[in-house]
Design a protein around this ligand. Structure first.
Ligand SMILES: Nc1ncnc2c1ncn2[C@@H]1O[C@H](COP(=O)(O)OP(=O)(O)O)[C@@H](O)[C@H]1O
Ligand SMILES: Nc1ccn([C@H]2C[C@H](O)[C@@H](COP(=O)(O)OP(=O)(O)O)O2)c(=O)n1
Ligand SMILES: [Mg+2]
Length: 191
């Protein structure tokens, strides 16, 4: 069984930043659904490149069969891992249902780390992220925030009802956010 922590929050809430630090210090392997999709978009011979780019620019969500397969392939490649941080997934009902179908029997879902941050702060961070992403512009960001509010937040609420959500306010400086995140992992791993 793979041990899995889902990391969710609005675009720019700091998911990638915090996951990199957890990977470095706690031995979890960081898998960003967005990074895997961008890599697949660039892969020569991929039949999904154009479809992925359309969704990324539109701030809409790629069909789960594609994303979940990329995640599973990446997990199989790191079967030695202590656990996995699944960053930016599941982002909607389709993601959640497809994950349950494909991975439900193979994973132990530890908890959901929810990085909460006001949307205006998040948008500002994305506009200054400096990674040259095709979706870090005002138009795409509006759509991504709509998708977050309409489709992703209900998934967080679903996990909340199951008692699985650990919320950390990520509006603060990274070192403060990280310190609280470490406490969440310590508590979860004590059980
Ligand atoms: N706590 C924080 N305070 C200020 N800036 C942050 C913080 N966390 C992340 N950032 C910056 O905000 C941008 C988005 O962070 P990132 O980790 O890519 O977020 P996400 O993966 O949730 O979209 C990056 O430029 C990052 O350096
Ligand atoms: N589960 C996912 C995750 C990301 N995507 C697509 C759509 C998202 O707007 C983009 C970018 O996702 P990414 O997690 O990299 O974005 P943020 O880190 O939240 O800014 O990728 C997806 O279709 N399905
Ligand atoms: Mg990210």
């Amino acid at each position: 069984m793979y041990k899995v922590v889902f990391v969710l929050g609005p675009p720019g809430s700091g998911k990638g930043t915090i996951c990199a630090q957890i990977q470095e210090n706690l031995g979890y392997v960081h898998l960003s659904a967005g990074d895997l999709l961008r890599a697949e978009r660039e892969r020569e011979g991929s039949q999904f490149g154009a479809l992925i780019e359309n969704h990324i620019r539109n701030g809409s969500i790629v069909p789960v069969e594609i994303t979940c397969s990329l995640l599973e392939i990446a997990m199989i490649a790191r079967e030695d891992a202590n656990g996995f941080l699944i960053d930016g997934f599941p982002r909607n009902e389709d993601n959640l249902a497809g994950w349950k179908r494909q991975m439900g029997e193979k994973v132990n879902e530890q908890f959901v780390l929810f990085l909460s941050c006001p949307v205006d702060v998040c948008i500002d961070r994305c506009l200054h992220r400096g990674q040259g992403r095709t979706d870090d512009n005002v138009d795409s960001l509006k759509k991504r925030v709509d998708t977050y509010n309409q489709s992703t937040f209900p998934i967080i609420e679903h996990f909340e009802k199951l008692g699985m959500v650990r919320e950390v306010n990520s509006e603060r400086p990274v070192n403060e956010v990280y310190a609280d995140v470490v406490k969440v992992f310590a508590a979860a791993n004590q059980q």
